[in-house]
Design a protein around this ligand. Structure first.
Ligand code: PLP
Length: 412
């Protein structure tokens, strides 16, 4: 089979493995929610399980990915960046999808499920606004009502995406509680879901939350990794990259990417890059894999930044999409089993990665994947030996971050 290229039909690989029990990944995962939500989660789980094995559903989903979202996305060989770093760097270009990030892959699948369940409204949380924009887009496409919860801090730093969501017909609700960022937006979205579950689907944006979300969102994102594996093999004469790297907020672009390699390519090293914020030593960061401890929050057992009393701490990151004090449970398990490794890049390193990719390749990344680029630039010739072949998922484009970076970098 030749590697997927732009303009080809999207071919979905067979479904991946289902978590055992009630959404368990090792000691993580599960379903910890109020009684009122159990029937909705059970219905979603059953509907997704049937739909995901149903040829008609898969065909419609693949058609939307091709003709609406613009898949397959290319893998780009980065000649100048490779020369600069002494590596062979390939980028999986999710920045080239409609709406500008991987979030659209998940949202189109969940919109199809919303219609299948006979619901007419979607709600969503958003950090960077990319998931909110993707949800508002799918809602417009399917004629669904849409409400997006967004921390007031993020409303401020992602003004362009707030405007886009409103243009698309969504109501945007600024959340002022707590740190007024993604964690608080999830809290309010869950509260609203409890109140409106009969008519409303909660279109969760990452591989987190109660079962079936971590499994379902990973499956809806696995097209990223499955495509990339085949594209890399074509570029690399049948070989796999030695390293596969992606940034980790809740973990959906990383999990979708890893899913294409984790079982198929046991020798490929999987690396997730979290928000190092102002530096791990300052305590102001978003590194739940690196510094988190087990706990139950937002319906799942996973790793969270917490104080000694188990109170969830505020995350800090320059990037709204990584500004979350937890991580999806499958990552917690991959980390515990040593199958994936989790590293951090600080705000400054992410900004350096943002500039480096722009200058060497003419590609302006979103600040989230700029963390992966920043980490790679720091570790080239160190943790990643000179001459290595590396695939990085470029989860989104940087337009949304331009105003924030203009302020930070000033005159260039
Ligand atoms: C471009 C981009 N990348 C990454 C993320 C982080 O989310 P996840 O870890 O679920 O991929 C976001 C979140 O908004 C995003 O917008």
């Amino acid at each position: 089979m030749s590697a997927p290229a732009r303009g080809d039909a999207v071919i979905l690989d067979p479904p991946g493995p289902e978590p055992v029990g009630l959404g368990r990944f090792g000691e993580y995962g599960g379903r910890f929610v109020p009684e009122t939500l159990i029937p909705a989660l059970e219905e979603l789980e059953a509907q997704f399980r049937v739909a995901w094995h149903d040829d008609d559903f898969r065909q419609e989903y693949a058609g939307l990915l091709a003709h609406y979202a613009g898949r397959p996305t290319p893998v780009t060989e980065c000649h100048r960046l490779s020369e600069r770093l002494g590596l062979r760097v390939l980028l999986k270009r999710e920045d080239l999808t409609h709406t500008g990030s991987h979030k659209i892959n998940n949202v189109l699948g969940q919109a199809l499920l919303t219609r299948r369940m006979g619901k007419h409204r979607v709600i969503a949380e958003t950090g960077a606004g990319q998931h909110g924009v993707a949800t508002a887009t799918a809602a417009a496409l399917f004629g669904l009502d849409c409400t997006v919860f967004m921390g007031a801090v993020d409303v401020e730093r992602q003004a362009l995406n707030v405007w886009r969501m409103k243009l698309l017909g969504a109501e945007v609700v600024p959340v002022t509680s707590g740190s007024a960022t993604l964690k608080d937006a999830v809290n309010d979205a869950m509260r609203e879901w409890v109140a409106s579950v009969q008519s409303t689907h909660y279109c969760l944006g990452s591989v987190m939350g109660p079962h079936p979300f971590p499994w379902m969102v990973r499956e809806l994102q696995r097209v990223v990794g499955d495509e990339a594996r085949r594209q890399c093999r074509e570029l690399l004469d049948g070989a796999d990259p030695q390293y596969v790297i992606a940034c980790v907020g809740g973990g959906s672009n990383a999990m979708g990417t890893f899913a294409g390699f984790v079982d198929h390519c046991p020798d490929v090293q999987l690396i997730g890059v979290e928000a190092g914020g102002l530096g791990l030593e300052t305590g102001h960061h978003g590194a739940a894999m690196t510094r988190g401890v087990p706990g139950v929050v937002h319906g799942m057992r996973s790793l969270f930044l917490q104080d000694e009393d188990g109170q969830v701490l505020e995350a800090t990151s320059i990037s709204a999409g990584l500004d979350y004090p937890g991580v999806g449970p499958e990552h917690a398990d991959l980390g515990a089993r040593g199958r994936a490794r989790y590293e951090t890049a600080t705000d400054d390193e992410a900004v350096a990665g943002f500039q480096l990719l722009a200058e060497t390749e003419g590609i302006v990344p979103a600040l989230e994947p700029a963390h992966a680029i920043g980490w790679l630039a720091r570790e080239a010739g160190r943790a990643v030996p000179t001459g290595s072949t590396v695939l990085v998922t470029l989860s989104g484009r940087g337009d949304k971050d331009a105003a924030q970076l203009m302020e930070r970098l000033g005159e260039l």
